[in-house]
Design a protein around this ligand. Structure first.
Ligand code: PLP
Length: 409
């Protein structure tokens, strides 16, 4: 070995990584204080406070609406719940076909299955976003009328092309923005293109509270139904800021309540996180750009870039490994883990983001060639905002060294 080559952990060397790239964000002190206050006073249920002005959840909803520039936000206990409620609101019935991504997390086809509907899987492109061309094809072939689209890992398709397909087939469009906080297409927030947008506040997400979800819409009737499906009953809707009394009275006893409410402690943890979003995005973008500049020239790495209209959150990085066998690609992941930089390949080792693993979905048997090719060697690296530029340089060094080691064998 030359003087400048470090001995890797596999050969008895020491790891140079003294940070955890996957560690989740902590809760800002203001959120901790609010949560502790709610717990100390025994006020954890969102409808317990005497008025909407005293409800942490109602205020969070109101503030999220202002931040996104939408009429309504309803807090839920998960993004899966928000999406399930959305499917119910738009009238999905058992056996209906729902267009969705072949490449997304299995929570998404699971929600469709929860509604006893049938996922129609749409191909993903090289940059892991939905193919508008295949969407058009599948909409034509199946006659499906609902699109539940994920911006998986923040990757955004050509939204002009997608919206054309939506218009052409008159699709109801529900956006899964679990990975798309602070993400814009031509200056417009994702989550505002469809009739309904759904966000996750599970710990790995941009807003993070262990669990939780956010439902947004500009449609008064949908907002009313979302509050009721989530579990508002009697006249508890008066403890929301923006619901229409006439619609609430009319729908009051017609909608089942699925007990999918957000709770006060979750809302407390999230309260200071809306204004944190642009701040952590700045860190993400700087880190992403630095890592890109350090590894993009490597012959074994291909980093597809977002379309120029996209303004991304950049809290993770994906790249394709190229010129490596399956065995060597798997070895790369194993060695990276040993070095202290864990990552995964989407299309390997029974990954829950590989549609071929979704055995409860009939379409898992389909040969979706584009998606398979684009997940087969796709590495997924978490870049949480506690990482500094020195950490990023170390990640780049380790990636480069591990690839050199593999190639030398
Ligand atoms: C793309 C995507 N959509 C939806 C969800 C569901 O979010 P939740 O866990 O809040 O239900 C997840 C969860 O990780 C996800 O990755």
């Amino acid at each position: 070995m030359g003087d400048d080559l470090r001995r890797l952990v596999i050969d008895g060397g020491q790891s140079i990584v003294n940070f955890d790239n996957k560690a989740f964000k902590s809760i800002p002190q203001e959120g901790i204080d609010l949560a502790v206050k709610a717990m100390s006073e025994g006020v954890m249920y969102r409808y317990q406070p005497k008025s909407k002005e005293l409800s942490i959840t109602a205020k969070l909803e109101h503030n999220f609406s202002k931040y996104m520039g939408v009429k309504h936000t309803i807090g839920t206990n998960s993004c899966g719940s928000a999406m399930y409620i959305a499917l119910n609101i738009v009238g999905v019935k058992p056996g209906d076909k729902i267009l969705t991504n072949a490449f997304t997390f299995h929570a998404v086809p699971s929600v469709i299955q929860h509604a006893r509907a049938i996922p129609v899987l749409v191909e993903s492109n090289r940059e892991w976003a939905m193919s508008a061309e295949d969407l058009d094809k599948k909409a034509t072939e199946t006659g499906a009328k609902v699109l539940l689209m994920s911006y998986m890992r923040g990757h955004v398709p050509d939204m002009d092309a997608v919206m054309e397909v939506v218009k052409k087939h008159d699709l109801i469009f529900i956006e899964d923005c679990a990975h798309a906080y602070e993400t814009r297409w031509n200056g417009k927030f994702l989550g505002k293109f469809g009739q309904i947008g759904c966000f996750s506040t599970q710990s790995s997400k941009g807003m993070s509270a262990g669990e939780g979800g956010i439902f947004i819409t500009d449609n008064d009737e949908y907002a009313a139904k979302a509050a009721l499906y989530a579990g508002s009953y009697e006249r508890l809707w008066t403890k929301h800021f923006d619901l229409d009394p006439e619609i609430m009275d009319r729908l009051q006893n017609q909608i089942p309540g699925y007990s999918m409410r957000m709770q006060e402690v979750t809302a407390a943890m999230l309260t200071p996180q809306i204004e944190r979003l642009p701040k952590i995005k700045k860190i993400h973008v700087e880190n992403w750009n630095l890592l890109h500049s350090l590894i993009n020239d490597n012959d074994n790495i291909e980093i597809p870039m977002p379309l120029p209209q996209v303004d991304s959150f950049c809290d993770t990085m994906q790249f394709h490994l190229v010129g490596l066998s399956r065995e060597k690609a798997d070895q790369f992941i194993d060695l990276m883990k040993m070095e202290g930089v864990p990552m995964q390949i989407f299309g390997a080792k029974r990954n829950a983001r590989d549609y071929r693993q979704w055995e409860y979905v009939e379409a898992h048997k389909e040969e979706l060639g584009e998606t398979i090719a684009n997940i087969e060697f796709a590495c997924d690296l978490s870049l949480q905002p506690h990482l500094n530029q020195e950490n990023i340089k170390i990640i780049a060094q380790v990636i480069t060294e591990v690839l050199a080691y593999i190639n030398a064998q």
